[in-house]
Design a protein around this ligand. Structure first.
Ligand code: UDP
Length: 247
């Protein structure tokens, strides 16, 4: 039985949660697991109920990655656009689950797809957050050759989020090497952006990490297998790895 999060006032006023496609997959090999999405949605709602403004960037790797298309001979940019569309599918699934959990939500897409989502307009995103709506950012940055990690860093900065909460699967945070491959990989509880980049640690991709470093944006890397970790971090509990300017 998971330890309940500590009660207490929230430490952050506004956060950006990055959910990779994998985080939505659960035990499945492909696609999104409705039970997993439901559990995540309930936790996001719980955090929003604390008065924390929550924006979410969803990945699409559970459905499609541009690089795999390119590996099969497809034009990389075309593959990347397919990947961005995959994030829209995940965003809609998450939106549905959040609404079932009782949250008010808006999906804002970086690719215009007006029948299903609002276009991304920065000021509108901020307004939604101020009104207590959970904002889901879909379609990454809207540009090929980027990732949803970069979208998370970019949107977090644009909306003045105080931190990025970076969900990982099956690992507690950042390690000296991949703990799924290297037996004696060492867990790192805090590190600077610069060191994480230099040591090429698996926090987020280097473009995204550089953006966070240059703009002094802390990243909380945590294990999404226990989705209550979101609430723990929001309440100031030490969970996972903190990547910050001073480490
Ligand atoms: N993608 C892109 N530009 C972006 C964000 C995403 O081209 O700004 C494409 C890219 O092909 C990527 C795919 O969308 O492989 C899915 O996103 P990502 O791999 O970041 O998802 P995650 O690993 O978080 O599930």
């Amino acid at each position: 039985m998971a330890r309940p999060p500590e009660e207490g006032a929230a430490r952050f006023g506004r956060i950006l949660l990055k959910l990779s496609g994998e985080a939505l997959m659960g035990e499945l090999e492909y696609g999104a697991d409705p039970e997993r999405i439901k559990a995540i949605a309930e936790q996001v709602k719980h955090v929003a109920d604390r008065g924390v403004e929550v924006a979410v960037v969803v990945g699409g790797g559970n459905i499609y990655r541009g690089l795999s298309g390119a590996a099969e001979g497809m034009d990389r940019a075309t593959g990347d656009y397919m990947g961005m569309l995959a994030t829209v599918l995940n965003a809609l699934a998450l939106q549905d689950a959040l609404e079932k959990a009782g949250a008010v939500t808006r999906t804002l897409s970086a690719i215009t797809i007006s029948e299903v989502a609002e276009p991304y307009i920065r000021r509108r995103a901020i307004r939604h957050l101020e009104r207590g709506r959970v904002v889901i950012f879909a379609a990454g940055t809207g540009n090929p050759f980027f990732t949803t990690d970069t979208a998370a860093a970019l949107r977090a900065l644009e909306i003045h989020a105080e931190a990025i909460l970076m969900a990982k699967n099956g690992v507690e945070g950042v390690y000296s090497a991949d703990p799924r491959k290297v037996e004696d990989a060492e867990f790192i509880s805090s590190i600077s952006h610069r060191e994480a980049i230099e040591r090429q640690l698996q926090v987020m991709d280097s473009t995204a990490l550089s953006l966070c470093m240059d703009n002094d944006l802390p990243i909380y890397v945590f294990n999404m297998d226990d989705e209550a970790n979101i609430d723990r971090i929001v309440c100031g509990e030490r969970v996972g790895t903190v990547v910050s300017t001073n480490g």
